[in-house]
Design a protein around this ligand. Structure first.
Ligand SMILES: *[C@@H]1O[C@H](CO)[C@@H](O)[C@H](O)[C@H]1NC(C)=O
Ligand SMILES: *[C@@H]1O[C@H](CO)[C@@H](O)[C@H](O)[C@H]1NC(C)=O
Ligand SMILES: *[C@@H]1O[C@H](CO)[C@@H](O)[C@H](O)[C@H]1NC(C)=O
Length: 540
């Protein structure tokens, strides 16, 4: 009897798994075949925003393996080889269906740490996550629950060329290492968090852009920052092995000498402001290298300032639209050779909190993504959203930039690209890049598919302010030959939580806002122009 029961249940199991694969069971297809939310044609190439297809988040009080609060949207980078399209059986309600999902490994980067009350000795780092994304056909009438899962794997702490921890403190000095340019650094007192201690000096970084390296056999990470603004290379363990200093025009100057402070005093001395507060020239405070990307073949690195430099109109939001992008040839292992410089005109928007008739203001950019053929995605946005004066964002878009016809101004070594810092008018001898508005995050009919919205109550369904990252994944899970791509963007939540930890879990913090901002993530589906290759080699 016992034997019989056992074998018959085995039979049932075998039949069930056969039934899973049988074609009579309808596959839940969730890929749209027609219709779109937005479209643009840029220098003859057409881009289509099909739909918002995914939403997920990492909770604001999630902690890494060192015990510190996780924030992560300043930049993200996909391990391309890891991206896979899969299917799995789903049981429920007496039915068994097959769903399509994707898996991949995503590197995510926070900036300089919790700093709403001052910068700290916190050590910048990278977090590795496994992503699990199940596209859903959703609509506003029955919104989908979150369908993007982010499973924490690991954290890498960033260290200087001598192996010492880097910190997020505002730079007050420099450190010199053989073979490196002068590195922005901070002298600190106490424990660097406002408690007792011996003090010391640490290299300072405010990381904003992340690219995984494929040129060196040992891999590693390129990271752009906004103190220098510099571009750094780190090995796989998180140790700095290269620093790239941009042309002199980019280096912030006070009293005629380099001065890397961004006017964000340390938490232990809120009065330690740089004098003068703003540099006289070079990158504006907190407007450094926000955008970093690499060409599909891994050989060209592009880095873009958030908005214009001070001498290009950078001190005023009505004049700071002419930002600059640098191109580096990184095909020679361990080298980065400046190979191009372009002016990009950022978009402008009307700020409803200002007097009617006020001049349009610049939407600074927070990330770029190379698409091939001299075209790029650029994520530009105003400063509105959850936790700001106005929860309703006026401009939050992934747009298209084309540099094919733009002047390469690198040979001219220009200190300024505008007629005067106060006018912000571009020199007539420069052809800027073409800028084409494209994918608007703030379309409520799309957001409502996941119960989200732009504006309204300052709650967890309202979009965060700081969307600062882009990763792209082929919809076919393979090489994207059909030009159908997912675009993932994540927001930087500024470590805002009522249940926070810094200093390897030793110090608890409670953000003064009284808020908890999750680290939100959105998956958009786009159709790229014919034969686009954001990346063609599955080499990392
Ligand atoms: C199961 O399938 C039946 C028949 O197709 C359908 O009516 C029912 O809604 C399904 N149940 C669930 C939970 O999906
Ligand atoms: C610039 O000069 C002023 C006036 O002499 C001085 O107070 C300030 O510390 C100087 N700033 C820097 C960064 O050298
Ligand atoms: C893209 O390719 C399709 C099919 O090959 C073709 O019909 C269409 O004209 C192409 N579009 C452009 C803009 O080249």
């Amino acid at each position: 009897m016992v034997r019989f029961t056992l074998s018959s249940s085995l039979l049932v199991l075998a039949f069930a798994s056969f039934a899973t694969a049988a074609p009579s069971l309808q596959e839940r297809t969730s890929e749209p075949t027609s219709g779109f939310v937005g479209q643009t044609t840029c220098n003859g190439k057409t881009y289509t925003y099909r739909e918002l297809a995914g939403y997920g988040f990492v909770p604001s009080n999630f902690r890494d393996k060192y015990g510190d609060t996780v924030s992560l949207g300043s930049s993200i980078a996909l391990e391309r080889k890891s991206w896979e399209k899969k299917t799995r059986a789903v049981l429920g309600g007496g039915n068994r269906t097959i769903e399509t999902y994707y898996e991949g490994t995503l590197w995510t980067m926070p900036d300089r740490g919790w700093n709403t009350e001052g910068t700290t000795l916190w050590q910048p780092r990278l977090h590795k996550f496994q992503i699990d994304f199940t596209p859903k056909l959703a609509n506003a009438a029955s919104p989908s629950p979150p369908n993007v899962k982010l499973l924490y794997i690991d954290t890498i702490l960033l260290r200087d060329p001598s192996g010492k921890p880097i910190s997020g403190l505002e730079p007050t000095t420099i450190l010199n290492y053989g073979g490196f340019p002068a590195l922005p650094a901070a002298k600190y007192t106490g424990d660097g968090f406002g408690g007792a201690g011996q003090g010391g000096v640490r290299v300072s970084m405010d990381p904003e852009g992340l690219v995984l390296d494929t040129q060196d056999d040992d891999g590693g990470f390129w990271i752009s920052d906004e103190y220098g603004p510099y571009v750094y290379k780190f090995d796989k363990t998180g140790k700095m092995n290269m620093a790239v200093r941009p042309p002199d025009a980019y280096i912030p100057q006070r009293n005629g000498t380099q001065s890397f402070a961004s006017n964000n005093p340390p938490i232990y001395n809120p009065d330690l402001h740089p004098v003068p507060a703003n540099p006289e020239s070079g990158r504006s405070n907190n407007q450094g290298f926000e955008g970093l990307t690499v060409s599909g073949d891994g050989k060209s690195l592009y880095v873009m300032l958030q908005s214009a430099m001070i001498q290009d109109g950078g001190l005023d939001k009505t004049t700071n639209r002419y930002t600059r992008m640098l191109e580096y040839d990184i095909s020679g292992k361990g080298k980065a050779k400046l190979s191009g410089e372009y002016v990009v005109p950022l978009p402008q928007y009307i700020d409803p909190t200002k007097k009617p008739g006020s001049k349009p203001r610049t939407a600074g950019q927070s990330e770029i993504q190379a698409l091939g053929d001299d075209q790029f995605f650029v994520l530009s946005r105003d400063g509105f959203g959850r936790g700001t004066d106005l929860t309703t964002s006026q401009y939050r878009q992934i747009d298209v930039v084309d540099i094919r016809k733009a002047s390469d101004i690198k040979p001219r070594k220009l200190q300024t690209v505008t007629t005067s810092p106060t006018s912000g008018t571009l020199l007539s001898s420069i052809t800027p890049a073409m800028y084409c508005p494209f994918l608007n995050f703030n379309v409520d009919s799309e957001l409502s598919k996941f119960g989200l919205r732009n504006g309204g109550a300052d709650d967890e369904n309202c979009l965060n302010e700081k969307w600062e990252s882009i990763a792209m994944m082929p919809v076919d899970g393979n090489d994207g030959d059909d030009d159908e791509w997912w675009v993932l963007s994540m927001s930087d939540n500024d470590f805002i939580t009522q249940d926070g930890y810094i200093s390897t879990g030793d110090i608890r913090y409670v953000d003064g806002s009284g808020k908890n901002f999750d680290n939100q993530a959105l998956f958009f589906r786009v159709k790229l122009p014919n034969n686009s290759k954001p990346f063609s080699e599955k080499n990392y």
